[in-house]
Design a protein around this ligand. Sequence first.
Ligand code: 5GP
Length: 113
Amino acid sequence: MSTLFEKIAAGEIPADIVYSDDEIVAFRDINPQAPTHVLIIPRRPIPTVLDLEAGDAELVGRMVLVAGQIARDVGVDAGGYRLVFNCKEDGGQEVYHIHLHLLGGRKMSWPPG
Ligand code: 5GP
């Protein structure tokens, strides 16, 4: 059974896609927590960041680089932005297909809620 984000990556569920290549897709969050809120996902379903293996290092690195490219494209690079991986229940993860949150366009507070 496909995850929600696999379906978005496959075009089976509509999303506002801002980046796509053969292994990574990025789209706007349906419930944005900042003026810019984009989710960067691998096409391959990996449930949590705890499931990453050594061979996934390049993929995860590319996800961070894609986030930087999107930040430049949408113009949040000058002010800065936040990247977040939520992991499992205490981390606030709701969708079990890893995704990197790119949040920008407003000043972030710390600590997070
Ligand atoms: P998590 O809490 O797992 O780190 O983040 C999941 C994110 O996915 C949430 O920010 C939520 O708003 C977003 N999301 C959930 N369902 C959909 C959807 O169908 N489309 C889009 N674009 N985002 C979704």
